[in-house]
Design a protein. Structure first.
Length: 264
């Protein structure tokens, strides 16, 4: 599909100051509006500026949300972002949160860890808890890397891409004991940051593709390659012609279960 189709949210993370942190990066409804701690401006980032998160709890949380951003088990969606971290700068054996939708009633989670230097992708189940569905290793070299997670709500196919190449193409693990993956909620929030884990990372150019009806959010292979290869300044691939840093109406292995801190 076209990269401009079903783009539900885009976060340039180019801001230099202000409590909104995302004055030109938002969904239809609201900016990333709650800041905890002090995310550091990185200039240059991967595309324009970026944000670095470090410490025990430094994060930015989305404000009011919309149903078309929901990353549920019943719909197609994709999440794309650039991530930069050093595996020697984080606590040994700790899963550090980079990006998460929700907490006690979550949907989608990205963590990084010193264990095998892995980026891990998780879906939420009704245990409650998180189930690992895919991972990639060897990216903690303090350089920018691009990740895309794609989910098909009909086939339940999970595809994970790193730097334009497919790394994982499979179904989520079957849950025992009648447990299920959840469909998510429009009331949960998108959060960037360390979230109590003491990690250190920078993130840039986050895009979410989803729709209120459940279809149209799964990127094609060519879209993933375009995202990885494109972009300078505000002409990034999924920003409509004419630029502007924010929302445009035209518009990434190990123990399987992790429980996030209840403070989320």
């Amino acid at each position: 599909m076209s990269l401009s189709a079903a783009l539900a949210a885009y976060y340039a993370l180019d801001e230099s100051s202000g409590t909104a942190t995302a004055a030109d990066s938002h969904t239809n409804a609201a900016h990333l509006s709650t800041v905890t701690g002090t995310p550091t401006v990185i200039d240059p980032g991967k595309v324009g500026k970026a944000r670095q998160f470090s410490g025990a709890d430094v994060r930015v949380e989305q404000g009011a949300d919309e149903a078309n951003v929901r990353l549920g088990y019943d719909r197609d969606w994709s999440v794309s972002f650039w991530l930069k971290y050093s595996s020697v700068a984080i606590p040994v054996g700790v899963n550090c949160v980079a990006l998460v939708r929700g907490g006690a009633s979550g949907e989608f989670l990205v963590t990084y860890t010193t264990v095998s230097d892995a980026i891990q992708f998780w879906l939420f189940e009704d245990l409650p808890g998180w189930q690992a569905v895919g991972s990639v290793t060897g990216f903690g070299d303090d350089a920018w890397h691009h990740f895309v997670f794609r989910f098909n709500g009909t086939s339940k196919r999970c595809r994970l891409d790193a730097d334009g190449a497919n790394e994982f193409d499979n179904s989520p693990p079957v849950l025992p004991g009648g447990r299920n993956y959840v469909n998510g909620s429009a009331s949960v929030r998108l959060i960037f940051g360390t979230i109590g884990d003491g990690g250190l990372h920078a993130i840039d150019e986050v895009g979410i593709w989803a729709s209120a009806t459940g279809g149209g959010g799964e990127l094609e292979d060519a879209d993933v390659v375009d995202l990885y290869n494109s972009g300078a300044g505000r002409d990034y691939a999924y920003v409509s012609a004419g630029g502007g840093g924010g929302f445009q109406s035209a518009w990434a292995r190990g123990s399987n279960v992790m429980i996030l801190p209840g403070a989320l």
